[in-house]
Design a protein around this ligand. Structure first.
Ligand SMILES: [Fe+2]
Length: 267
């Protein structure tokens, strides 16, 4: 069994909630997951002062931490400071005792909002998933590959999202962790789960929800995903798959509900 906590879109220091960040750190250090994955936008404008500020918080996190750059992190040449503070823009984490590999990709491009993986990175990705084949195979990136309802933008912003989606099916990836739209959401394609994290420590939610993070437990092919409020630490189940049976718990009202309310009964 591997336990992962996903945080995202910390946005230091724009609408940044220090109380939420402290709550997250305390929660993580108490739960002691096998790994913490942060799916980008840690620094709001990519400035060195922002990196220094947020890294003070990140250093308090005791479990292993993997961070990927978001589109805000690369503003103002921020990728240079990202790599100075946190290491390479793309990296892997192996948890040998849990037979787990987590690959962090850089989907962000200098001064661009949209994302791209690129052929060279896809090739590198394929090399990481060569033998030995790990039981748990996870990819993390900032941008979303599949549109998310009620997230303020309705299309994918990764130019080569199709290639990465195909890759997840070819290599039987268990979990793809993403941020960017500040909305917790989950999609299932084949045996791959595409999970999105809300903004964990900023007042940048898309509707009336709280900043949040994801608590994930993956055991063989069983999976449980909880969304935890960074404000109150209240935990809600988002998704479970137990013995091949998927339960998708839709915990969030969306536009489609608003639209359907107005439709007369057709038959
Ligand atoms: Fe963001």
């Amino acid at each position: 069994m591997v336990e992962i906590i996903q945080i995202s879109d910390l946005h230091y220091k724009n609408d940044f909630r220090e109380d939420c960040m402290e709550n997250i750190i305390n929660y993580i250090n108490k739960k002691k997951p096998d790994a913490v994955v942060c799916t980008g936008d840690i620094a709001h404008k990519g400035r060195v002062s922002e990196y220094n500020g947020i890294c003070e918080y990140l250093r308090k996190i005791k479990p292993k931490l993997l961070v990927v750059p978001g589109n805000h992190d690369v503003k103002n040449n921020g990728l240079i400071f990202f790599e100075k503070c946190l290491g390479p823009r793309r990296r892997k984490m192996i948890i040998d005792e849990k037979d787990t590999i987590i690959i962090g990709l850089c989907s962000s491009r200098d001064d661009l909002k949209d994302g791209e993986i690129g052929d060279e990175q896809l090739l590198w990705l394929a090399q990481q998933f060569r033998k030995p084949r790990r039981e748990n195979r996870i990819i993390a990136l900032h941008h979303h590959l599949i549109p998310i309802p009620f997230a303020g933008r309705k299309w994918s912003t990764v130019r080569d999202a199709g290639e990465l989606l195909e890759f997840t099916q070819l290599y039987e990836i268990d979990l793809v962790l993403q941020g960017h739209r500040h909305v917790p959401c989950v999609w299932e394609i084949g045996s791959t789960i595409f999970l999105y994290c809300g903004t964990s420590s900023a007042d940048k939610t898309r509707s009336d929800e709280s900043p949040s993070f994801n608590h994930i437990i993956l055991e063989k092919k069983n999976l449980e995903i909880n969304v935890v409020s960074s404000d109150t630490l209240e935990k809600k189940v988002l998704f479970t798959r137990i013995n091949g049976k998927t339960t998708y718990i839709r915990r969030r009202a969306t536009r489609i509900e608003h639209i359907l309310e107005k439709v007369p009964i057709w038959d």
